[in-house]
Design a binder for this molecule. Structure first.
Ligand code: C5P
Length: 408
């Protein structure tokens, strides 16, 4: 599952080694998974593969020099270091591993390695004797002590004719290792039920009332929960979104169906209930059996209040940890805290719907999250990133408030 790479910023450092040919394939796989990739090459790497190949595959200029005024005027080494979510050196030669371990900063790759706060990983590739050398193993141990992830080489026949440990992992394996760096285990084994999208309330066989909810936020939350190790049931109103990998999806149309599906999912076992659906507050009191005919100038359709799904779930025993949403245009904290209390929620995520650059149909969102004795602002970011931050907060607060005994 490579989904954790979506919108991730990857610096792929390539050092000198025949395995550099696999890096081209790796760039393609990282890009396919939705990552933005910048390639940094050492001088030796350029003897094995051309920057042009990697530029074409990554869609970004390839960075090769530290002291190049033109490159520094574009995306300089410090900017690059700050930009990255992860710096992966693949292949990492014995020489580059030694330099990284010792903090030598004598070219672009080793300098930005020192300057970055991003996750760092190396995929060693070298002759089996060089890999087995004590000094190489000491350098690897030093890197591990510094928090660097090592994607260990495999055994097999080598380009030099030797057979043994030292072959760089294949591109498909490296892409997975890289994706795994972003998977948290915050919700391992927890069961999460999520409502998402709009509901659709039928008036007659051809007409219905609905709203503009795209479902993107709820689907992003489902994805983030999967990345955090949860088992996820996603109860969705009518939306045009693919089901994230490993998510169990239940399609519903109306609020009443969403309530029933939610109750059933919670009864089947639920640690955390997340209500991101934009549920219609009212539905027509009755659905006409035949198409309603055109009548006079006015028509009256009587509506009846829908049940509040999240509030109903929050009254269940045992009660799951419940995260609700609110859309406010003013007095955000006051209204959010009121809703937290009246609906018996554990946490509420509040969108400022007076802003036009975020929310309903947008790919971005921003929110403030409140719980009984705390709050946290999540600044504007793509929904996938906001979802990850929200799920991290939710997992933290769930652990604070619930112990395993209470929920199993
Ligand atoms: O009361 P309001 O609609 O502002 O509350 C929004 C929150 O309540 C959201 O979490 C939404 O999913 C949930 N909700 C619900 N059932 C309803 C109305 C809202 O679960 N009928």
């Amino acid at each position: 599952m490579l989904a954790t790479l979506r919108q991730k910023r990857v610096i792929l450092g390539i050092s000198g080694g025949i395995a550099a040919y696999k890096s081209a394939d790796l760039v393609r796989r990282l890009k396919d998974a939705g990552a933005d990739v910048h390639v940094v090459m050492t001088a030796a790497a350029q003897q094995f593969i051309t920057p042009l190949t990697l530029q074409a595959l990554s869609g970004n200029p390839v960075h090769t020099e530290l002291l190049n005024p033109e490159a520094e005027a574009g995306m300089g080494h410090i900017q690059l270091a700050r930009w990255a979510d992860v710096v992966l050196v693949a292949p990492a030669s014995a020489d580059v591993i030694a330099r990284l371990a010792q903090g030598v900063a004598n070219d672009l790759l080793t300098t930005l390695w020192l300057a970055t706060k991003a996750k760092r990983a190396v995929a060693p590739a070298m002759n089996q004797q060089m890999w087995a050398a004590q000094i190489t193993q000491d350098n690897i141990a030093t890197l591990i002590k510094q928090g660097v992830e090592v994607f260990y080489p495999a055994s097999g026949s080598q380009a030099c004719g030797d057979v043994g440990m030292g072959r760089m992992l294949e591109a498909v394996e490296l892409a997975q290792c890289c994706a795994d760096l972003f998977a948290t285990q915050a919700l391992t084994g927890k069961r999460v039920v999520i409502t998402a999208g709009p509901t659709q309330e039928n008036l007659d066989p051809v007409r219905y009332m609905t709203n503009h909810s795209s479902g993107k936020m709820g689907f992003s939350i489902a994805q983030a929960c999967i990345e955090a190790g949860a088992q996820v049931t996603l109860i969705s109103g009518p939306v045009h979104l693919p089901t994230p990998d490993r998510v169990q999806r239940v399609n519903v149309v109306s609020a009443l169906q969403m309530l029933e599906a939610s109750q059933q999912a919670v009864n089947d076992g639920c640690d955390i209930f997340i209500a991101s659906a934009a549920v219609a507050d009212y539905r027509p009191i009755r659905i006409a059996e035949q198409k309603i005919k055109k009548q006079g100038d006015n028509i009256h359709i009587e509506l009846v209040k829908n049940p509040d799904i999240v509030a109903t779930i929050a009254q269940m025993t045992p009660k799951p940890f419940v995260l609700g949403f609110a859309a406010e245009t003013e007095r955000v904290e006051e209204y959010a805290r009121h809703k937290l209390q009246t609906k018996n929620l554990n946490m509420i995520a509040c969108n400022d719907v007076s802003r036009t650059d975020i929310g309903f149909q947008s790919d971005d969102n921003a929110m403030t999250v409140f719980w009984t004795n705390g709050c946290q602002k999540l600044d504007k970011a793509p929904k996938q990133q906001i979802a990850r931050q929200l799920v991290a907060l939710c997992a933290q607060q769930f652990l604070n408030e619930y112990n395993d005994e209470a929920t199993s």
